[in-house]
Design a protein. Structure first.
Length: 499
């Protein structure tokens, strides 16, 4: 996906059509790639200036920025400095506080004192002071896997994904509907299959139709287009909420294709502890999204940029997370002062046990999580669950005690997504028109219909096909409810048998 500010659409005739790039734009795509390649081993500021010049020459600056956004995801920027910038700043600021810096001469003395402390030259201190600022980082590697034509194709796919983020409903017909439905289920999207005069269409609920917008649902929804576009023939029609106006968007296999190369985005980290934690946490697939280096927090006259933040999927709620490694006592004291000055936020702090400051952090209203060499996921999960319990209670209180979905069949995850809450918030609720079977709500009339369509001795695959017709994928639970079990026959599949 691209960011919303880079969206290019045409509203001619009341429609809503992405303004795709075409073969004539391949030259511009080549220039963008070449601009990056020409700025290897140069600071980001030089690259940004060159791209800005290209924007002024192009007929549409958003197209240049869109190409550049995709190429930048393939780029690696590094801090180049003779001395670690944090250490250089600490030494320079400490030296400046000792001599007082007003004149250039006094500044030179401060740099000399700092250099003596770190056993380097004043020029190396000055070169390192702000080398880790984003604009000063150096482009060190560019692993672009696209030719200009492929970059255009990737741009068109990303543009379509961004346009669909405001969809309330998407209707899909494809030459391989099984692949589409499989992707929808894997991505845990809300959907139904409708019969039409000439076949069937998959209808998926869009992100804008939810009671509360969910970043995770929107991201999963965008990923679906890659599967759809990967089929040979397909047609997609979407209802778009365009700032309160309902418009129709239509895409076909002639508009969007899937480039051979899958785009990759990676987090960068300050330490192995952070990288290890992020990798393990993201594999859990919890209801918390991990954000790397979120917005700065005001801390008196200073700011604090936590290492991470946890965003709760079902509410506008953020918990910040800082990992304190083994630092000097002076730096730890400064860090504690900054944390003490941060107000009106929730923060967890993982503390290296060797620092011995866990109690002090707890006393300053930031929950301390001790660790040694690696941050334990169960400790972080336990800390987050305190917030989760309160948020679930609040969400449950906002729902009526008796829920009456319109659908004959709906799984609990889809119902929870619709109301913008977690599945836990549905515990204790009544469903007077539905029976709860496993993780699915089913009207009694559907259960009666299934009793007439599933019988003793039926092949399991055939039974699952019947359940698919009703939108039920929890086969084991419904078969058990109907009084059946599955008798497995080696590797040859199973047979439905009475209990």
């Amino acid at each position: 996906m691209l960011t919303k500010d880079l969206l290019r659409v045409s509203r001619a005739g009341g429609g809503y059509q992405p303004r795709f790039a075409d073969g004539e734009d391949e030259a511009l795509a080549a220039r963008v790639i070449g601009t990056f390649q020409g700025h290897l081993e140069q600071p980001r500021t030089a690259l940004q200036e060159a791209l800005a010049a290209l924007e002024r020459e192009a007929s549409d600056f958003k197209l240049v920025r869109g190409f550049a956004k995709l190429v930048e995801r393939e780029a690696t920027f590094e801090t180049r400095a003779p001395v670690d910038p944090r250490r250089a700043r600490e030494a320079a600021f400490a030296a400046a506080a000792g001599v007082g810096v007003v004149t250039p001469e006094e500044r030179g003395h401060a740099l000399e004192n700092a250099a003596a402390r770190l056993d380097c030259t004043p020029d190396e201190i000055e070169e390192s002071l702000y080398a880790d600022r984003e604009q000063n980082q150096v482009l060190t590697e560019l692993a672009v896997r696209w030719e200009p034509a492929e970059l255009v194709a990737q741009y068109n796919l990303s543009l379509a994904q961004t346009a669909l983020f405001d969809a309330t409903e998407v209707r899909i017909r494809a030459s391989d509907p099984r692949a589409v439905v499989s992707a929808v289920k894997r991505l845990r999207l809300m959907y139904e299959i409708r019969r039409t005069e000439d076949g069937r269409e998959v209808v998926v609920t869009g992100p804008d139709a939810l009671f509360r917008t969910s970043r995770r649902y929107g991201t999963r929804f965008a990923r679906l287009l890659r599967t759809v576009a990967g089929t040979v023939e397909w047609e997609l029609t979407a209802t778009i909420n365009d700032r309160g106006t309902e418009r129709e968007l239509r895409l076909t296999d002639a508009d969007v294709s899937v480039p051979d190369a899958e785009p990759v985005t990676e987090m960068t980290f300050d330490s192995g502890v952070e990288a290890d934690f992020a990798t393990r946490f993201r594999s859990l697939d919890l209801d918390w999204e991990l954000v790397r280096e979120p917005e700065p927090l005001a801390a008196g006259a200073h700011v604090v940029i936590p290492d991470f933040a946890f965003d709760y999927e079902f509410a506008d709620f953020r918990v910040f997370f800082e990992i304190m490694g083994f630092w000097t006592p002076e730096y730890v004291e400064k860090k504690l002062e900054r944390l003490a000055a941060v107000e009106d936020v929730e923060m967890l702090v993982a503390v290296d046990e060797s620092l011995g400051v866990g109690e002090e952090i707890d006393a300053r209203d930031h929950r301390a999580i001790p660790y040694s060499s690696t941050v334990r996921l169960k400790d972080v999960r336990r800390a987050l669950r305190r917030y989760e319990d309160d948020l679930t209670t609040d969400a449950a209180a906002s729902l009526p005690d008796d829920l009456v979905p319109e659908e004959d069949v709906i799984d609990l995850e889809s119902l929870a997504d619709r109301h913008g809450v977690s599945v836990s918030a549905l515990e204790g609720k009544k469903f007077r028109d539905h029976a709860r079977v496993g993780r699915t709500l089913i009207r009694p009339s559907v259960i009666s219909s299934l009793e007439g369509n599933i019988s003793e001795g039926m092949d399991l695959a055939a039974a699952e096909a019947v359940l698919d017709e009703y939108g039920i994928d929890d086969a084991s639970a419904i078969l058990s409810r109907l009084g059946y079990r599955v008798a497995w026959e080696g590797l040859g599949g199973g047979t439905v048998r009475e209990k």
